[in-house]
Design a protein around this ligand. Sequence first.
Ligand SMILES: Cc1cc2nc3c(=O)[nH]c(=O)nc-3n(C[C@H](O)[C@H](O)[C@H](O)COP(=O)(O)OP(=O)(O)OC[C@H]3O[C@@H](n4cnc5c(N)ncnc54)[C@H](O)[C@@H]3O)c2cc1C
Length: 415
Amino acid sequence: MATDALMSEADKALGEEICEFVKWVPRQLLLDMDEDKVKYPKEFLQEAGLRNLLGLRFDPKWGGRGLPWTSELIALEEVGVLGTSLGCLYALASIVGEAIHVFGTEAQKEKYLKPMIEGKIGPAEGLTEPRGGSDFFGATTVARRKGDVFVLNGQKRFIVGAEGADVLLIYAKVEGIEDPKRAMTAFLVERGTGVSVAHLYGLMGTRGGGTGRLVFNDAIVPVENVLGGEAGIGNGTRVFHQMMIPERLTSAGAAVGMARAAIEVAARYADKRTAFGRRIRDYEGVSFKVSESLTLLDAARTLNYAAGHAVDTHQGSGGKVRRLVSEAKKFATDAAWTVANHAMQILGGIGYTNIYPVERLLRDIRLITIWTGTNEIMDLVIQHEFYREFLRGSLKGRDLERDAAGAEYGEEKVY
Ligand SMILES: Cc1cc2nc3c(=O)[nH]c(=O)nc-3n(C[C@H](O)[C@H](O)[C@H](O)COP(=O)(O)OP(=O)(O)OC[C@H]3O[C@@H](n4cnc5c(N)ncnc54)[C@H](O)[C@@H]3O)c2cc1C
């Protein structure tokens, strides 16, 4: 793989450790989840926690391993082979954990982050609302202060772990603050009166993760459960931007694993299956699909690694990191979709059945270009951050516009 040469001995050992955990996951669990027989596989998180494989980046003080992103990406790819649901449940400790790790009070870290990393409590995050997910700041869930508590009213849609998770990181706007960016606040909400699951979705894939619509009807949240406590009121925009790094890098990392799983199944099939008296992998129409898939996955791994390294080393402006992370998410998830389709095509008709897991992986992978910010939103971020830097004149080098014979005819340059 393209990034093998960049891996330390410790990274390789981590890869093996994760691989052992992935082998532990019961086949029946995957099948039951896909049939919606399971609502929330707590045992998966418990086992990952027991093996100290959750929240790898976080401070050992809270149970993490203090590893860089470049290592966590190795874990995400391995877990990704299990599909979107388990990949997501694994990643949520990294996503919700990031918010608590960076912005939480010591008490919040003790109460939520530590047991989350231990796999004892399952986290969920609520950003998307029925009226829209892309327009995050258009959210309508409100929090009204009443002394020492906030009263939450509103809804969140498509929340993985709506059914089953123990702590919900919910964004709501504090009533009375005009500017939506200054009103946005992140709350750590526990289940109780006023919090209910109104609907569980019938999903095309990514099943068994308890994805539902949450309703907050006068839900009481103590001020101490504002992420960051009193100081965290109105800090939701910063939390959101910070969380979008793991939100998107975890998608990018797991995408590579899912697509790798699909193409490995197809490649083995192509080595055995015959048509017109030859192995089908001897036909370019088949083998070049394998080549393209491997190349796409290596390109995705490399971009993921570069984005992860940029986050680890805080290289460049926040904007540059945001751009790289968005590029990684977009590229890896689009690549995974292409690869999953190549895999299905190679399998022919049998690929469209449940004899092989490729149809499940394909259904799962379809989601990842949509969630954690659609790939159109990734495009929006990428060009936005590019222009911000480009128009500031901070990109140095040769004046390229002058490399044309007619460059001096200024009157022809009409804008
Ligand atoms: C199975 C599943 C699990 C999910 N898990 C979670 C979860 O745990 N927590 C959570 O908060 N959310 C979750 N989501 C929600 C997901 O992140 C959103 O569906 C996604 O962000 C898109 O929001 P939307 O569905 O409201 O689509 P919309 O925002 O309504 O977008 C519809 C279409 O318009 C396009 N569009 C919108 N604005 C623009 C623009 N400015 N420029 C170009 N195109 C644009 C979008 O790209 C999209 O194609 C999940 C979704 C699913 C289906």
